[in-house]
Ligand binder design. Structure first.
Ligand code: CTP
Length: 402
């Protein structure tokens, strides 16, 4: 793979535990054909050695303005280094470095290069979960975004502290994908932001029980990945699922119940160009949620339910120019029911699943769908892997914006 052939990249490494991953990152960038100049902050030496990164990048890794032990005192000219680069990546970017970048501090070589850089700058933050959601970090990240820097969001998972949450540096593979995307300016959804729902919802009965469904989330995750591959920024709002996704363009928002999914969707809806609702949202939720575990004291147990809001219909009711895609799962009068849903929910496209088709539906790797658009044009597709169905759906969005 030489997708980055000839590109000159400065990799800034700062002092967080994720610095150990930069050895792998340098290897991937070099393998992709890039020329890599590593610049380290003094604190980063405690997590990875300059010799490791120098060996892998085939260039000395600089930390200071002057090279230590050099009697002639050669100067690492920050302006020349900044102008040399086609791209600067700061990974991991600690909370401290983000604060310096946001405020113009210039107390090390890396910050001097950052201030001199005219090329795009990508930032992959890494820190513990509470630090990541602290208002100062959020403010610093949005300031950097307002300067035009590209943030590669931290990922969810196990952190060095032992806590679990958002704060892990994006995986080196994810960083390389976003670098490749950046240099690949012709991606058709580059300017677009998509909101995608996926998975089931769990409606709580008591602290240990819920009402759920068999949705695996695969369809929604495949759509999110395909959209990201085509350059879109994706907010993936998902109910509980085992699916995994790692792409720089995808931000995953985890929810549990239909009401949580409703709130998350409305939070992001104003800023997106299109919505694809692939979630299997529970239509009803228990009227009351017991605060303690319910004991089996009676022979019969009746749960009274309230209707959940229809998330997609609520977005259809307030949409401006957003392109809305819904799914329909019908067992009778399929086409007529699906058409009625287009009108009722104010959709632009519906993806009709028929449970009658073998190989289609929940938990299966394949799907057989029919597209119906706002003008009631009907387009039946073959049975195909869900990844291929995801591609067909994203193609529809690409065509809409052509
Ligand atoms: N949907 C939603 N919120 C709900 C229910 C459904 O956003 N509370 C979305 C689904 O993600 C899907 C579409 O609406 O894209 C179709 O859902 P479906 O369950 O097939 O249709 P309903 O409108 O619930 O109609 P019915 O009860 O007749 O099946």
């Amino acid at each position: 793979m030489t997708s980055l052939g000839g590109k000159k990249i400065i990799l800034g490494v700062t002092g967080g535990i994720a610095a150990y991953k930069t050895a792998h990152l340098v290897r991937l960038l070099i393998k992709a054909g890039a020329e890599v100049q590593v610049i380290m902050t003094p604190a980063s030496h405690q997590f990875v050695t300059p010799y490791t990164l120098a060996t892998l990048s085939k260039k000395p890794a600089y930390t200071n303005f002057f090279n230590a032990g050099d009697q002639g005192g050669t100067w690492n000219n920050h302006v020349d280094l900044a102008l040399w680069a086609d791209l600067m990546i700061i990974a991991p970017a600690t909370a401290n470095t983000l604060a310096k970048m946001a405020n113009g501090y210039c107390d090390n070589l890396l910050m001097a290069i950052y201030l001199s850089a005219k090329c795009p700058v990508m930032v992959a933050p890494a820190m513990d979960l509470d630090m990541y959601v602290h208002p100062t970090t959020e403010r610093n990240l949005s300031l950097l975004e307002s300067f035009g820097n590209i943030i590669i969001p931290a990922e969810d998972g196990e952190l060095a502290s032992g806590l679990i949450g958002k704060g892990r540096m994006a995986e080196p593979e994810t960083i390389v994908t976003s670098v490749t995307n950046l240099f690949n300016a012709n991606l058709p959804l580059k300017e677009k932001k998509l909101l995608i729902t996926a998975g089931p919802t769990y409606e709580p009965i008591d602290p240990v029980r819920f009402i759920g469904n068999h949705s695996s989330g695969k369809m929604g995750f495949d759509i999110a990945f395909e959209a990201a591959k085509q350059g879109a920024k994706v907010i993936l709002v998902t109910g509980p699922t085992n699916q995994k996704i790692s792409h720089a363009n995808v931000e995953v928002v985890h929810v549990m119940s239909a009401l949580e999914m409703y709130n998350a969707c409305h939070k992001y809806f104003g800023n997106v160009d299109a919505v694809i609702a692939a979630a299997a949202v529970a239509d009803y939720r228990p009227k009351t949620v017991a605060t303690e575990k319910i004991k089996k004291n009676s022979e019969e147990f009746i749960i009274e339910m309230d209707k959940n809001p229809d998330i997609l219909a609520s977005l259809g009711a307030i949409k401006n120019n957003q392109f809305l895609v819904g799914f329909a799962l019908e067992t009778q009068n399929e086409i007529e029911n699906a058409k009625a849903k287009i009108t009722k929910k104010n959709l632009d496209l519906i993806v009709l699943n028929s449970l009658k088709d073998e190989g289609a539906g929940f938990g299966k790797p394949t799907n057989k769908v029919t597209f119906i658009d706002r003008k009631f044009n009907i387009e039946p597709l073959e049975l195909k892997p869900k990844e291929a169905v995801a591609k067909d759906i994203i193609d529809k969005i690409i065509k809409h914006y052509e």
